[in-house]
Design a protein around this ligand. Structure first.
Ligand SMILES: *Cc1c(COP(=O)(O)O)cnc(C)c1O
Length: 391
């Protein structure tokens, strides 16, 4: 039997490997504290669960859903965009439910890319932009993100021939893994760049609702011209602690939404309807649960920043996202540093290099760990003697 070349090009999905190490350690009786994967530990709010229980009793929900979802869900998504961002969307043309943002991001590549085409992909970044590009047979042109630029791509640094060849650009703010945020001007420049070069601009807004100290991210769709060049991907996962239920959405340019619908209609059969009802509940009810979650993450953020400070790691204060992105001392790769930390303190963090080579020199700590475990992890960090370069 011979598997495809594309399978051979895949490195192990970072969190599959981390989950395996954690499981091994735990099986050996080790008390592991994980700041690894970004997967909210707090349960889905009860009213959303109650809606699922009710919806599960309704026989029409036992059957295949439509790929484009319940009209009521598309309207709920449009309602939420209007309430939250003041953005008006046509629920029938500019909204598409997804089986999680990850699914839509992966499939979006097939809408724009043919073999040999080029996509502009940030680095460090959520791995799916690059992998989706590769699955479509296309090439990623890396847009390096640097701390000195606030982790925003340098559009002027993209060679003119690459700009001409590129079909697609990915952006993600608030950013995973760097926790950087983008301003409206940043979106304006990206939109004008993509319009000038006839590039589809796809923005991943999975963390728009997790902002600290009163910070509220804006939507790419609020910016003039966004609907001409692009789509925005969103997820209920991080906002409502719903990673396990698998639901998100794409919104924006009607032709692009239709293209994504066509790809999906041939590959999946949409989101289970009972889960769609959960999303309707989440998007149209009180949003107090979101503020409550953010307050919890903010306390954890401050606790972890204090521990990292004591340890001597230089760490900017994140304004958004579920992550702390910390520079590590020189002389270690991020993988070596994470391995030492795991070895010596039984703490799991993600090496920056898991998000691409420009993530080297950093580690990512996720705040999706229960308070008492955060406290335990912070105590261990504070008592750890960070490895020094041997002279
Ligand atoms: C978590 C995450 C997603 C995936 O969201 P799902 O809706 O759970 O698939 C997408 N993009 C980024 C940057 C993420 O961190």
């Amino acid at each position: 039997m011979k598997f495809s070349d594309r399978l051979g090009k895949l490195s192990p999905y970072p969190f599959v490997e981390i989950s395996r190490i954690i499981a091994e350690k735990r099986a050996a009786g080790v008390d592991v504290v994980t700041f690894g994967i970004g997967d909210p530990d707090i349960p889905t709010p009860q009213p959303i669960i109650d809606r699922l229980l009710k919806a599960s009793q309704d026989p029409p929900n036992h059957r295949y859903p439509e790929t484009d979802g319940l009209p009521e869900l598309r309207r709920a998504i449009a309602y939420w965009y209007d309430q939250r961002f003041g953005v008006k969307l046509d629920p029938d043309k500019e909204v598409l439910p997804l089986i999680g943002a990850k699914e839509g991001i992966g499939h979006a590549a097939f809408c724009f890319l043919d073999p040999g085409d080029v996509a502009l992909v940030p680095d460090p970044a959520y791995p799916v932009y690059n992998v989706g590009t590769m699955f479509a047979g296309a090439e990623s042109h890396v847009m390096p993100l640097y701390e000195r630029n606030g982790w925003l791509p340098e559009l002027d640094a993209i060679p003119a021939d690459v700009a001409k060849a590129a079909k697609l650009m990915w952006l993600n703010y608030p950013n995973n893994p760097t926790s950087a945020v983008a301003t409206e001007e940043d979106f304006v420049s990206a939109i004008s760049y993509c319009r000038d070069n006839d590039i589809a601009l796809l923005h991943d807004a999975a963390y728009s609702e997790v902002g600290y100290d009163g910070y509220k991210a804006s939507s790419f769709m609020q910016v003039d011209g966004s609907a001409e060049v692009g789509m925005e991907f969103h997820s209920l996962s991080k906002t409502y602690n719903m990673t396990g239920w698998r639901i998100g959405m794409a919104v924006g340019n009607a032709d692009m939404i239709k293209a994504l619908f066509q790809i999906k209609a041939n590959l999946d059969s949409g989101v289970p309807q009972a889960v769609q009802e959960m999303a309707i509940e989440a998007l149209t009810s009180s949003q107090d649960c979101v503020d409550e979650n953010v307050a919890i993450y903010q306390r954890r953020r401050d606790r972890v920043l204090k521990a990292l400070g004591k340890l001597g790691l230089r760490t900017p204060v994140p304004r958004a996202s579920l992550y702390i992105w910390a520079a590590i001392p020189e002389g270690f790769t991020s993988a070596e540093f994470a391995a030492r930390l795991l070895d010596e303190t039984d703490i799991v963090v993600t090496p920056g290099s898991s998000y691409g080579k420009f993530g080297e020199g950093y580690i990512r700590l996720s705040l999706t760990t229960p308070d008492d475990r955060v406290e335990e992890g912070c105590r261990r960090l504070e008592n750890w003697t960070m490895p020094q370069l041997s002279a």
